[in-house]
Design a protein around this ligand. Sequence first.
Ligand code: PLP
Length: 363
Amino acid sequence: MSVTFLDLKAAYTELKSDIDLAVERVLASGYYIHGPEVEAFEEEFARYCDAKECVGVANGLDALNLALRAMDVGPGDEVIVPSNTFVATWLAVSQCGATPVPVEPDPRTYNIDVSKIEAAITSRTRVILPVHLYGQPADLDPILALAKKYGLRVLEDAAQAHGARYKDRRIGAHGDVVTWSFYPGKNLGAIGDGGAVTTNDPELADRIRVLRNYGSRVKYVNEVQGVNSRLDPIQAAILRVKLLHLDAWNLRRTTIAQRYMAELTPKGFSLPFVPEWANPSWHLFVVACKDRDAMQQCWSNAGVPTLIHYPIPPHLQQAYASLNIGAGRLPLAEKMAKEVLSIPIGPHMSTSQIDFVITKINQ
Ligand SMILES: *Cc1c(COP(=O)(O)O)cnc(C)c1O
């Protein structure tokens, strides 16, 4: 029995004929930048997310960065971020010249601890940036209430949460703006890079549309110093095919997660916690281990591949040495980096592979 952590080739193989047709359609169309495939995907993804607007961009990091720029976040501003996240969340803030202000996770959900946000708000705070980590929705209602109380904006990093629901409503427009990545390994993944922003605010969408295209609305007329960050039409055409299967593929992930929750014996590790209001997209299935590195080695020897999301929290990265947040200052993020282990989950795991993972881990 062989189990891969995530089988991306199987995702292509299942949809090969539709994907190949979509790519050929773009090749034959003569539109290789923007154009009808990008517009159609933007419309379809906005509808899927229950959002009024969608703007395609080149990747998830640009989506975050352009969303912040569209809200005029810049030097001197502070943005509240989770201490426990993929580094891109922080990089987008620093790229604007603003300062990421970390808030520790809830030790049960691993998402930003909403009870600790208020203490981090200062006169410089402009935005609260929760991440729906591992596809588990962050607790948005208290975050939105705080934002209202202090006149802040909310930007959601939904790079891992395509199709997840918070209190029965799909992630996509709870906050002012929501950003997405279509990196191949995400729940909705392209065959290359891609990203998007969704929002119910037409003014923000318009500003991001201008920013992603050199700051230009009319060719050769530049309103602002924008960037080149466009969603490739070939990727858009592929994403249109894959979007039709997202719910079914998320359901397969949910079925695996439910089996893991019911059948794994958590000895030496603990299972994820899902609040009753959450419908996760199960991008990752993350357990916390007492002796993580030994556990990873043991499972690897038994044929169960695992990954660590993430081994070094952003504040301890050399890239953020200048923030001077030393070791010990964010103990929960540091503890997670030592304990977390992601076990295989994905829409192309067979029943026998799932059985195998459960059996081996329980041994
Ligand atoms: C993947 C990811 C990103 C960045 O997406 P890219 O498309 O790789 O730039 C940002 N935030 C989180 C939480 C992610 O998982």
